[in-house]
Design a protein. Structure first.
Ligand code: SAM
Ligand code: SF4
Length: 444
């Protein structure tokens, strides 16, 4: 293959979880540091990075159809890189199936993107799916850009091996980033304009590190220290595993004002036999008692979760148990999925795979149930006074949209700018958002 002119512009398209959004932003930082500029909306880019997701089959297959659609207005193909978890799991297959792809880079190796780009420009096709001992984070440029809300990956990987899940294979073992690095990155984010930081990890509450005094602390220790940053107004974290919900973290929900009253705590199913087959290592009862403790610490907490319907062998009665759990908990938000067999995971070869139409029907019933609890939650917040951090413009002139402490999208008529914190009264509930009236404008 002949030499290609070095790309001047790039676009990173991220799919899947928030950790991919974080990685996509960091790849953008790396490319910017190499002198490339982000392609403006609606224009062709010289380099396109597809930052992919492998969690379900549909998400993984999407990459091949996306590659086919990347041609530019003049009919030429951009330089294409495939990154993320599909790259990690199917690197060789991508290279074989998609000759236009010039770089394949796994989630633990993307700090090497600049060198890979040089190789690709010289006409070579390059793959890097190593999980190097050195962390990529140390090799990434310092963060200089941020909107009012920012993600900060504090932990990666997973040692839990739920029987349906590819994450332990694509992201590797659990690794926590050092405390000092995280404090430094958070400080820089606030200097760049972030007022809310969401700490990310596949099992974020498994994070552990040594604080400035050398004491080993858990996620609550990190949150307490971050709360001291004067320009940081709000802290969130996701995704947590029930087994890593420590007493300290629960207590932090009661006494750290900047920690928002929202907890995403996936349960996956409402039946103990199914949970055991999933290797979840919690029961319905232990999950409910955990929620009791969280609610005792923070009575107004909004609860969210992930659910899988149609796990191999799930009976109608076992699925009904999930519906009961949804009503009992009263989720404020949730994500629900049809089980998708992933190559190499134990569940993929289990007996009793569920027919597609049964899964469809179960998913519809589950989503109807979740929709009811979500509307009930939003309705119950009508009349509350709270803060809203303005994130973007609304659909109509004079409308802005931001988040309440409970992570509801709030539509407010206001002249406030993006990044301002408003005090509002919630006036109307809805399925996916609430409407609110502005009360007092805090100083910008
Ligand atoms: N670590 C988190 C936990 O255990 O709760 C979740 C991380 S995973 C990226 C996000 C969600 O994807 C899971 O909670 C699960 O509901 C869903 N998921 C994972 N593997 C799946 C599969 N094979 N089929 C369908 N949904 C799946
Ligand atoms: Fe996947 Fe979460 Fe289970 Fe880890 S704990 S294997 S990331 S579902």
């Amino acid at each position: 293959m002949s030499d290609t002119p070095p790309p001047q512009t790039y676009r990173v398209k991220s799919f899947g979880c928030q950790m991919n959004v974080y990685d996509g932003d960091r790849m953008g930082d790396l490319l910017t540091a190499q002198g490339l500029t982000a392609a403006a909306d609606g224009t062709d880019a010289d380099l396109v990075v597809l930052n992919t997701c492998h969690i379900r089959e549909k998400a993984a297959e999407k990459v091949y159809s996306d590659i086919g659609r990347l041609n530019r207005k003049d009919g030429t193909a951009p330089l294409i890189a495939v990154a993320g978890c599909v790259a990690q799991a199917e690197g060789e297959e991508i290279m074989a199936r998609a000759p236009s792809v010039r770089m394949v880079v796994g989630p633990q190796a993307y700090h090497r993107l600049p060198e890979m780009l040089q190789e690709a420009v010289a006409g070579r096709r390059v793959t890097d799916t190593d999980m190097p001992a050195e962390t990529k984070f140390g090799a990434l440029p310092r963060r200089r850009r941020s909107g009012p809300t920012a993600f900060l990956t504090v932990q990666e990987g997973c040692d839990k091996f739920c029987t349906y899940c590819v994450v332990p294979y694509t992201r590797g073992a659990e690794v926590s980033r050092p405390f000092a690095d995280l404090m430094d990155e958070a400080q820089r984010l606030t200097e760049a304009g972030a007022r809310e930081i969401t700490l990310l990890g596949q099992n974020v509450n498994a994070w552990t590190g040594d604080d400035a005094k050398g004491r080993t602390v858990g996620l609550d220790g990190l949150i307490r220290e971050l709360a001291k940053l004067p320009d940081l107004a709000r802290i969130r974290y996701t995704t947590s595993h029930p087994n890593d919900m420590t007493d300290g973290l629960i207590a932090a929900h009661g006494d750290v004002e900047k920690l928002m009253p929202y907890l995403h705590l996936p349960v996956q199913a409402g039946n103990d036999r199914v949970l055991k087959a999933m290797n979840r290592s919690h029961t319905v009862e232990s999950y409910l008692r955990l929620l009791d403790r969280v609610r005792a610490a923070r009575p107004d907490i909004a609860l969210s979760g992930d659910f899988i319907v149609g796990f191999p062998g799930e009976t109608d009665a076992e699925f009904e148990d999930t519906l009961k759990l949804v009503d009992e908990v009263g989720y404020a938000q949730a994500f629900s999925f049809k089980y998708s067999p992933r190559p190499g995971t134990p569940a993929a070869t289990m007996e009793g795979h569920i027919a597609a139409e049964v899964m469809d029907e179960r998913l519809q019933r589950l989503q109807a149930g979740l929709n009811r609890t979500q509307v009930a939650f939003n309705d119950a917040t009508v009349g509350r006074t709270c803060d809203v951090l303005v994130e973007r413009k609304g659909k109509f002139a004079g409308q802005m949209i931001g988040k309440t402490p409970w992570l509801q999208s709030a539509v407010v008529s206001t002249s406030a700018a993006i990044g301002e914190m408003l005090t509002v009264d919630i006036t109307t509930g809805g399925a996916n958002s609430v409407f609110a009236d502005e009360r007092v404008r805090a100083a910008a």
